[in-house]
Ligand binder design. Structure first.
Ligand SMILES: NC(=O)c1ccc[n+]([C@@H]2O[C@H](COP(=O)([O-])OP(=O)(O)OC[C@H]3O[C@@H](n4cnc5c(N)ncnc54)[C@H](O)[C@@H]3O)[C@@H](O)[C@H]2O)c1
Length: 330
């Protein structure tokens, strides 16, 4: 039985990945380590309570003593590292928590992984490290040009991870995925925020002219890609994960309005985010050709499933509202 440490497993993507891993691998036990920040929600793990191969531990990765204790108490074979501060707007308001969790937290985990001879370290990163791509697609050799504190801290963590491979031979793999959406995403992010506002008869704010383009992936497709990479990814390699389904934010809003039977007059254009990247687009041919991964959920199908889920989970909304730290506007 292998023990896989999943960090950030009480958050949006991590909580889907933990289920994907437990369902696809019978001979794996999961240590799910999460600090339970504002976006880490125990509700997201409710259906795993009592699961014989899943154990939750509250750990702040930015605290080196807590990380050392985690590795002393558990014999960890592999790591899949999702834990991070993840929202661009928050990083613009205050970047210190991003440096702390995304850089210092990752560094503590790398040190512990090296000391304990971990056999695979999958670092979950983002397409945002490439910055805005005016045309074409970024492949894994594209220069890193992060333009906000969130993406800058993720890029720093990517480079630290790769340095541990080159310097120490730690078997690190880095993944860079496009925008995720699906059930249990914290409502500060574009898609659940639009749904929340429409459910509550509020106008839908869109930054600038709404023409910023993002590539979208349904969260379970991302998790399947990470699983392929955990099993078969080559150490020292970066894998982009994308679908090719690139849409302007305004079009995303329009599709949700149509699905929820709301008029386009609900849209309000608001002042743009400072340093807002205009376009992200990834070349994901490496993971497709080397590991045989393909996305399986189209944007329209995934969006239907997502809208439906949020409309039918008032208990999740209540749990998120109870954890609200104040001052947040969705
Ligand atoms: N959401 C996306 O579209 C997207 C796209 C590409 C990559 N990613 C990456 O995927 C990962 C997960 O993103 P998400 O959308 O699920 O975010 P999320 O905010 O929903 O979850 C992050 C989790 O990390 C935990 N965490 C934060 N700081 C921690 C710390 N110091 N110690 C332990 N746990 C800590 C939080 O409690 C939370 O449960 C992040 O690394 C993010 O950069 C996200």
């Amino acid at each position: 039985m292998k023990t896989v440490l999943v960090t950030g497993g009480a958050g949006f993507i991590g909580s889907h990945y933990v289920r994907c891993l437990l369902e696809s691998e019978r001979e794996v036990q999961v240590i799910n380590a999460d600090a339970l920040t504002y976006s880490g929600n125990p509700w997201n793990l409710r259906s795993l309570e009592g699961h014989p191969r899943h154990r939750f531990v509250r750990v702040d990765l930015a605290d080196s003593d807590q990380v050392r204790r985690l590795f002393r108490e558990h014999a960890i074979h592999q790591i899949v590292h999702f834990a991070a501060e993840s929202h661009v707007d928050r990083s613009i308001r205050s970047s210190a928590p991003f440096v702390r969790s995304n850089i210092t937290g990752t560094h503590h985990l790398l040190e512990a992984a090296l000391k304990h001879g971990v056999e695979k370290f999958v670092h979950i990163s983002t397409d945002e490290v490439y910055g805005s791509i005016s045309e074409g697609q970024a492949d894994e050799s594209a220069p890193l040009k992060p333009s906000n504190p969130y993406s800058a801290t993720k890029a720093a963590a990517d480079l630290l991870c790769l340095s541990f491979f080159h310097t120490h031979g730690l078997p690190v793999v880095v993944t860079r995925c496009t925008n995720n959406y699906g059930p249990r995403q914290y409502p500060e992010k574009l898609i659940p925020r639009i749904i929340f506002r429409l459910m509550n008869h509020l106008p839908v704010p869109i930054y600038g002219d709404g023409r910023q383009e993002r590539e979208w992936i349904f969260v379970t497709d991302h998790c399947r890609a990470v699983e392929q990479i955990r099993l078969h990814g080559t150490p020292g390699t970066v894998y982009n994960i994308g679908t090719g389904e690139t849409l302007p934010n305004l079009e995303v809003a329009r599709r949700i309005l149509a699905m929820m039977g709301k008029p386009e007059s609900q849209i309000r254009f608001v002042e743009d985010r400072p340093g807002h990247d205009v376009r992200y687009s990834l070349d994901a041919s490496r993971i497709k050709s080397e590991l045989g991964w393909e996305p399986s959920v189209s944007f329209d199908e995934g969006l239907e499933r997502t809208v439906d889920w949020y409309l039918n989970h008032s208990d999740w909304w209540e749990s998120v509202k109870r954890r609200k730290t104040g001052g947040e506007q969705w």
